[in-house]
Design a binder for this molecule. Structure first.
Ligand code: FES
Length: 156
């Protein structure tokens, strides 16, 4: 195990507590409706929004085929409305991930320099695996299923 492995493990453990709080508060909001929004404060409003985005992303898909030519080789493209990011790590190899950052739920902003980048707090994710390359995010971007057909790329 390397120093980097130990650091990553420590970061993952540190992330566990805020995630549980977010889930608990969000679960309360879901049960109590909009009137309870103030109960968790502004920070939790953001967390609630993030959780909502994460929920949307769970069903995020790219049903209308996009041309392979729109996905740069060694890079990728964010589809914010669909909350999906499609990458092409190497020529002809396409990957897709949720575009919802695992830190606090922002939609990632772009793909550049070999990483999927979140503009909210600077997290970076690997374009091949979705793994965290730079925090504060602790968890990778969940991968989506890519289908490359004659009319282009779809994601489910
Ligand atoms: Fe993406 Fe914080 S929400 S880095």
């Amino acid at each position: 195990m390397t120093t980097e492995d130990l650091s990553t493990k420590a970061q993952q453990q540190a992330a566990a507590a805020p995630s549980r709080r977010t889930v608990l508060c969000t679960a309360g909001l879901a049960g109590a409706g909009v009137m309870a929004l103030g109960a968790c404060g502004a920070a939790q409003d953001a967390a609630n929004s993030a959780a909502s985005s994460a929920s949307d992303a769970a069903t995020g898909a790219l049903k209308d085929a996009v041309s392979k030519a729109t996905i740069p080789e060694g890079g990728g493209k964010v589809f914010p409305d669909q909350k999906v990011v499609v990458t092409q790590p190497t020529a002809g190899e396409f990957k897709a991930f949720t575009a919802v950052c695992t830190h606090q739920g922002c939609v990632v902003s772009d793909v550049a320099n070999g990483t999927i980048n979140c503009g909210c707090h600077g997290s970076k994710f690997d374009i091949t695996t979705g793994a965290v390359k730079a925090g504060p995010a602790k968890e990778p971007l969940p991968e989506k299923k890519v289908t490359v057909g004659t009319d282009g790329i779809t994601v489910s």
